[in-house]
Design a protein around this ligand. Structure first.
Ligand code: ATP
Length: 222
């Protein structure tokens, strides 16, 4: 059976999470205390309810305990975010994902048992900066403090060479996970696959090693 999701707080982040889940075919219950937010979201997805998530009885009445994953996307009202998370935790919800506004907010959420804390503004800021510093970095996903995945544009140096010839693994200590050409992905490429200038390489590695690769592609494209 498909997982069932609930999203509490329909700001830009929560609204986007709810819409994306719905468009991917998942069942999602969206909750907000603001009737105008509820009305707007009801135009887009079928199950939207007006409720205050700091009211334990209201959450019980929604049967919120039975959902597989609950996303708490309340940012501004930190007290509401923390109280909601605490109530959900005490109700025994299986998985609680909470949006944090800052590090302190995040730490509190972790302490009271949030299963995952996300920082959408901070993460997006980091991604945008990587793109600004090196326009060849098309995307950037942080896996941990040390490791990331980047999507980088292959320049002249790469043109016509196989992965084996480029020797990225030895030279940069990074792994090419996929090659994207004209919108198509070759995932798990083999050593004999040829790269062309303009291809995008999806590379995983330690941040220090990825930075060296970024620098190499910058000078290569200039
Ligand atoms: P974003 O940046 O994603 O737009 P935000 O971080 O500014 O959002 P808010 O606008 O504070 O977050 O909150 C998102 C939504 O959460 C709002 O629509 C707000 O009405 C709703 N919300 C806040 N507190 C509660 C609560 N106790 N119960 C239900 N909904 C709530």
């Amino acid at each position: 059976m498909n997982k069932q999701f609930a999203v509490i707080g329909l700001g830009r982040f929560g609204g986007s999470v709810a819409q994306t889940l719905h468009s991917m075919g998942y069942e999602v219950l969206a909750v907000d205390r603001d009737p105008s937010r509820v009305q707007d979201m009801a135009q887009i997805i079928p199950h939207v309810i007006e409720a205050d998530s700091t009211d334990e009885n209201a959450l019980k009445a929604l049967g919120i305990r039975n959902f597989d994953v609950i996303v708490v996307a309340i940012g501004e009202d930190i007290q509401s975010s923390i109280m909601t998370t605490l109530i959900l935790k005490e109700m025994g919800v299986k998985k609680i994902v909470v949006k944090a506004r800052n590090d302190l907010h995040g730490k509190v959420l972790e302490k009271i048992g949030a299963d995952k804390v996300v920082y959408p503004e901070r993460d997006m800021g980091v991604r945008v900066v990587h793109h600004l510093i090196s326009p060849n970095i098309l995307d950037y996903v942080e896996l941990s403090n040390d490791y990331s995945i980047i999507e980088v544009k292959a320049g002249k140096y790469f043109n016509g060479k196989t992965l084996q010839e480029l020797n990225i693994r030895q030279r940069f200590n990074c792994n090419v996970m996929a090659i994207k050409r004209e919108g198509n992905y070759n995932i798990n490429p083999s050593a004999t696959d040829v790269i062309y200038a303009g291809d995008n390489l999806v590379v995983i590695g330690h941040n220090n090693d990825l930075q060296k690769l970024e620098e190499a592609t910058v000078s290569d494209n200039e």
